[in-house]
Design a protein around this ligand. Structure first.
Ligand code: FES
Length: 178
């Protein structure tokens, strides 16, 4: 009659081999996991997604002419919280009673700063001559910008204009948050 139980030497060999494999895996995985933990704050995006106050509604001309305002936000990562950091700028216009339109001032073509031509003649980017209407739409079809200026979500609360500031991918016909 044959015995299928492995001999003690064979069992010891299998146990030792398994220990070596498991030990090897742990010695590879642990340092990699530790590296991810240390680098995690660097991989995380800075938090600028809340509403930020950019202007007083009373400061906006009644004729709808845009005014440019800096956007200051609180940046938070795993190590620091820094307040009043400039993260961009916006054009704010009155569009009605307690209503506003807010446009990111960055040109969607390649990211230059768009200027405003006084007298409500619209916006103009000096870098490659894109022009935009007051509502941010492309005014001149020859403009190289692939889309109009990026409108941002905004609310007027207690006489102040609050904006959900966001940047978008440049050079794309689609408004893709970055
Ligand atoms: S960056 Fe504005 S037109 Fe090119």
């Amino acid at each position: 009659m044959s015995d299928s139980t492995p001999a003690p030497d064979r069992r010891n060999f299998v146990t030792k081999a398994a220990a070596v494999v498991v030990g090897g895996l742990i010695s590879v995985v642990a340092p990699v996991a530790g590296l991810f933990t240390v680098l995690d704050p660097l991989r995380r995006k800075t938090d600028t997604r809340g509403l930020v106050k950019v202007a007083s509604f009373a400061a906006l001309p009644e004729n709808g002419e845009p005014r440019k305002f800096p956007v200051l936000d609180t940046l938070i990562d795993a190590w620091n919280k820094t307040e009043n950091v400039p993260v961009g700028s916006v054009y704010v216009q009155r569009t009605g009673d307690g209503q506003v339109r807010v446009l990111n001032s960055v040109c969607p073509h390649l990211g230059c700063s768009v200027g405003f031509a006084a007298g409500n003649r619209g916006f103009f980017c000096p870098c490659h001559r894109s022009s935009f209407a007051l509502d941010g739409a492309i005014a001149d079809p020859k403009s190289p910008s692939p889309r109009g200026m990026d409108e941002l979500e905004a609310v007027v609360k207690d006489g102040e204009v609050w904006v959900k500031f966001q940047n978008f991918r440049k050079g794309s016909p689609d408004k893709i948050p970055v």
